[in-house]
Design a protein around this ligand. Structure first.
Ligand SMILES: [Cu+2]
Length: 375
């Protein structure tokens, strides 16, 4: 096992996708309507909060997965409580806890899966004052019309809808999100979004990192020992009281100044010196991203919305629009802690932009960060 082969000293820190290191000051300057009302000093510094991975549901054997759509107050900005709408697994053992992103559902090609969606949201949205009916769309799935989650196929608060997914397509990253008519953007922005991983035998035979069921996601030191990880990107802005702020400027769009990755602002992911596969989903409601490594190293793209690609495509920049998915592989094996004598050859902790020269190196200069910038 890989974790037995590497020592703790070999562990690199890798901060996942923090657009705001670059974007935040710019956004605050130019888009007064779409900034948080929380003082910038109260926002967490990028790459300080630990990376999180949504719960996992193994639906590969088929059967029925029961989910509830619930509201909950959670801590996203330290010191504040934020109401989210999330999907929660009903396992009959513990009380359902909604998360955003919701549980990642794993499914197997050729094995249909039934997903029960119970709308247990409040009867009135806590601050937008609408009736939060829902409709769940499995985005990218060739589903029958009655299970597609089209906008007007609404599930009202107190109702439950049964969706049957055929899983006939080949391996790919899908996602499910709310699609309720008139409130799709608000409901998705509140957190009703999650990934759905469809597996098949071709993928199984490939030497690419895969989720290992039954293995803890992190070591006790917080190092990721799962190597096939979701990266769900979503930009938010926050009201002074810590709630999500929603202002789409008259349906022209919403560009938040805080970028969440798997529900955490600019998290820091500790990795082993090896390959990791990331399933990137842009779950923002308006924003696109351009992903790149801070040292301009190539990213290997192995999959798109249409599944695994016939060939790996290396790129130094990856543009991702709303609702798109890309599967990428980043190889951290070539990164080692830089000895101080050669630190000048290493990328510095703060990503460079055309207007920001690289800082002089510090003891943290071995840190590697991919950067995502708003397009
Ligand atoms: Cu969609």
């Amino acid at each position: 096992m890989i974790e037995a082969q590497v020592s703790r000293r070999d562990v690199l820190k890798f901060s996942a996708l923090g657009a705001a290191v670059v974007a935040l000051p710019l956004e605050r300057a130019v888009r007064a309507k779409t900034v948080s009302q929380i003082a910038a000093s109260k926002l967490p510094a990028p790459y300080t909060l630990p990376f999180a991975v949504p719960p996992v549901v193994d639906g590969r054997g088929g059967g029925v997965v029961k989910l509830e759509q619930l509201a909950k107050q959670v801590s996203i900005i330290p010191g504040y409580q934020t109401t989210i709408f999330g999907y929660a697994l009903v396992d009959g053992k513990t009380p359902p806890v909604p998360t955003t992103p919701g549980p990642t559902i794993h499914a197997q090609r050729g094995t249909p899966l039934t997903v029960m969606q119970a709308n247990k949201l409040p009867t009135v949205h806590p601050f937008l004052n609408y009736d939060p009916w829902t409709s769940t769309h499995l985005h990218g799935s060739a589903s029958k019309p009655q299970y597609d989650g089209y906008a007007s196929d609404i599930t009202k608060v107190g109702q439950t809808k049964r969706y049957i997914y055929p899983n006939k397509q080949d391996a790919r990253t899908l996602w499910y999100h709310d699609h309720g008519v008139h409130h799709t953007a608000e409901n998705a922005y509140m957190g009703l979004a999650a990934q759905y991983h469809l597996h098949d035998d071709v993928e199984k035979g490939l030497s690419i990192p895969k989720w290992e069921f039954g293995r803890q996601t992190f070591t006790t030191d917080g190092v990721a020992q799962q190597f096939d990880l979701p990266l769900v990107l979503a930009d938010k802005m926050f009201s002074a009281n810590g709630e999500f702020r929603y202002d789409d400027a008259g349906h022209t769009g919403l560009w938040g100044d805080v970028v969440l990755v798997n529900g955490v602002p600019w998290p820091n992911l500790k990795v082993y010196k090896r390959k990791y596969r990331f399933r990137v989903l842009n779950a923002s409601i308006s924003r696109g991203y351009r992903l790149q490594m801070s040292n301009s190293a190539p990213i290997s793209v192995i999959g798109t919305d249409g599944g695994l690609m016939p060939q790996v495509q290396a790129t130094t920049q990856l543009r991702i629009g709303m609702a798109e998915r890309y599967e990428i592989v980043i190889d951290f094996s070539k990164y080692t802690r830089a000895p101080s004598s050669s630190c000048s050859t290493w990328a510095c902790p703060t990503p460079r932009t055309s207007t920001t020269p690289a800082r002089s190196c510090s003891s943290r200069s071995w840190t590697r960060r991919p950067v995502c910038r708003p397009t």
